[in-house]
Each structure stands twice: as structure tokens, then as C-alpha cells.
Design a binder for this molecule. Sequence first.
Ligand code: BES
Ligand code: ZN
Length: 457
Amino acid sequence: MLDQSLQHARSSQQQYLEQLFDLLRIPSISTLPEHKPDIQQAADWLAADMKRIGLDNVKVMPTVGNPVVYGDWLHAGDEAPVVLVYGHYDVQPVDPLDLWESPPFEPVVRDGELYARGASDDKGQAFIHLKAVESLLGATGKLPVNVKIILEGEEEIGSPSLESFVLKNKELLAADNGLVSDGRILNADQPSIVYGLRGLTYMELRVRGPRRDLHSGTYGGSVHNPGQVVAEIISALHDDSGRITIPGFYDNVRPLTDTERDALASVPYTLEQWQAETGLSLPWGEGEYTLIERMSARPTCEVNGMWGGFQGEGGKTIIPAEAGAKVSMRLVPDQDPHRIASLFEEYVRQLAGSHVDIEVINHSAGWWAITPIDSPEMRAAAAAYKATWGVEPVFAREGGSIPIVATFQKELGAPVVLMGFGLDDNIHSPNEHFRVENFYRGIETVIRYYYNLVEQR
Ligand code: BES
Ligand code: ZN
């Protein structure tokens, strides 16, 4: 049965890839309101594919925000586990557009890499799950496990509507474990399983000074310049050793145990790989933590953007009326993303002083997640990677965030396996790509995982 399914997947590779092209052509950018119709189109496209491959109860379900696409196949019997598969069909914006070597919504394969916005994050990886199901149903007429699939359209903006959707649909989504492919493995030859994700609190600050831009000669020296205020705030967020200075920020950070530090130390991620990925030579940050600890197991505070004043060519002598910044913080166990938002706001208000007005906005607050390594589903996942790659996967933590994972674990009691197939794919950047081989290997790994899950029982 396994062999037939794998065979079916292999002989369908080209066709599956072409289908993915169609999905990637839809510019479903969740953060830009003008793309609402594309969001709907992507949802409808996925629902149609889910119906076609033989999933039941397929529906595009409205939420407070963008729709969730749902479909299931529940004929494997009561003995078999129910797996809840999650992915997202929304994508990041494409700017700066001029840095793309080919248009972001015109997918092409170059040197074995599929280039398009969403190729890796997450349309390509979400689609792996539909194609695994299609291969299994096509080859054998059934699945070894029960499967429920939900695909959301707001992950890239922090999944603002999904938690309440999950709470309202607990019965529909009830499952024994979760399965998410929205991340990366260590490198092309070394698979890895992520057992920890960071949380994220996203803030924006808007500093307003004079009622209009002022002549900097006439008024300079008498105004607390909003641009300067933003710079003062940002420069006060870290000390010289790379530590975050927001009072109370580290209060609930669970210290890394020696066992965990040893395990992270054995993850084969090198300085050279970091240098190649970033184009930098010297890592910055907390000196007492290793590179991999800083990147995945320590909390951070990053400026995502800052603006204000004149940015055209040449000079313009003004004091800007307004300046601002977007700042987000990656969080680790046991930090509370809502408390961090309040601590940030309090500190920033104090730093802004009393000569300007400041507005502090909390855009989103998502929880970190940890999944136990020693569980039947983790063993099933490890064996699936091993069979596909021929190499035992290592366990690693991920610096990025997938807010709904914590909700699945807490509200549905379903431990989530993070089965990523991405690499250093320029996600969120120009020239996002996904290795075609990993798309195919992903499908095979998921098929094997389902069979392994049943054996582990
Ligand atoms: N796929 C990423 C998460 C990720 C990033 C996994 C890097 C592995 C490596 C996901 O789509 C994402 O970008 N999440 C956002 C969440 C945020 C908007 C709440 C993130 O991490 O910035
Ligand atoms: Zn993303």
C-alpha cells in the first residue's frame, strides 16, 4: 500500500507541480486590503482542489477576517488517529518589487528551484498535504489515518481571527495530533524537526510633534524632533551587550537547561552557513549565548521599519511633524505576549518624554509553543524523514512563529508535529523560492508519516 502510494506520487510529480503554479499565480497578500478578492480566490481554488481529490465536507468557512478552507476524510476507523493538518494560503507583500528576478506571481523553475511569492511560505508546503492525500486516495482509495485539513488566510498578519474560529469549532477540529508544514529543515541533506517556536508581540509607535512640518532653521533647537524621539526610543531598547532593556522583559524567561543547551550545540548549523544566508560576516547579539541559541531559543526585540520626515533626493530643511516605527519581539517560554505588549508600551511612553504625543499600537500577540520530543508522533515523523532523506533528522527550535500552534495544543489538546520542508528560501524577501525536490520529498514524507503513525499505535 505504501509503495503504491509513493509510486502514485512519483508518477504525478509534474502534474502536481503545474497545479501548484496555478495556486501561486493568485496574489493572496493578507496585509494589503486591495488583495481581498485574491484571498477569496485562493480559498475557492483550494476548496475546489480538495473536493476534486476526494476530501469530504469541503467548505470555505467565513471568519471575522479571511476565510478558512476546511475538508476532511474520516473513514479510517475509530482505531486510527485523527490528524489535523494546518497551513496558510495567504502570503507576504512583494516589495521591493524591482529586486525580483522574475515577477513574484509568475512562477518559474530555475536550477531546480521554484520561484514565486508563497512558493515555500506557505502555499508550496500546504499543497504538499493535499497532494499526499491525493496520492493515497488515488493509489489505494483510502488513507491509513483520519485527516482534517484547515488552511487559513491570515497567518502572515498574526492569525487574528483564527483563535476564536478554533474556539467556536472545537468539535469540528477535534483531533489526536496536529501536523504543520510551514518551516524549514537545517539544510538540503540534513532534515530536522522543530520542537519549539517563538511567540511574537508586534507593536507600532507613532510620535506626533508640531502640527505641521516646521522650518528647521526657524524652530530648530526649540522642538523635541519626532524623528529624534523615535531614534532615542529605538536606541534605548538594547544595551551594549545586546540585552533588551524593557523593564520586566526577562522576568518569565525559562532558563535553558544544560541538557537543552547541549542538544542545541549538537545541531549542525555553522557560522559559515549563517554567513552565506545573511551576507554578513559577524553575528551580533548576546555574547553569552551561541548563535543557534540567539536565533531560536532567546527572546528578541527587532525594528521592522521606521519612518519620518524627508526621504526624497537632496535636502529639505524641516522638523517632521510625525515619525514612527514598527517593532516586534520574539518570545520564548514562559513569556506572556500580552504582558510584553504592556511592558513595551509603558517603557516607550516613558522614553518619549512630555514634549511630543505618542500613540502605541499592539498589532498582534502570539504565543510560543513547545512540543514534546518523546512521543509516538515525533517518532513517526523522524522515521518518515529518515526513510525519505536517508538521514536521521535532528531536533531543533525555530526562531519564527506560527501563532495557532499554541492554540491547537492548549484548546484541542493536540500535540503538533512541525514537519517543515523549506530551506533558506528567501521567505518574506524578494526571490522567494522552494526546492522542487523538497516539494516531492515532502509529499513522500507525509505519506510515510501517516503509515508510521498507525504502526506506532
Ligand atoms: N513560515 C513562517 C514561520 C517560519 C519562519 C518558520 C521562519 C520557519 C522559519 C510563517 O509564515 C511566518 O512568517 N510567521 C510570522 C508570524 C507572525 C506574523 C505572527 C513570523 O514568524 O513572522
Ligand atoms: Zn511567513
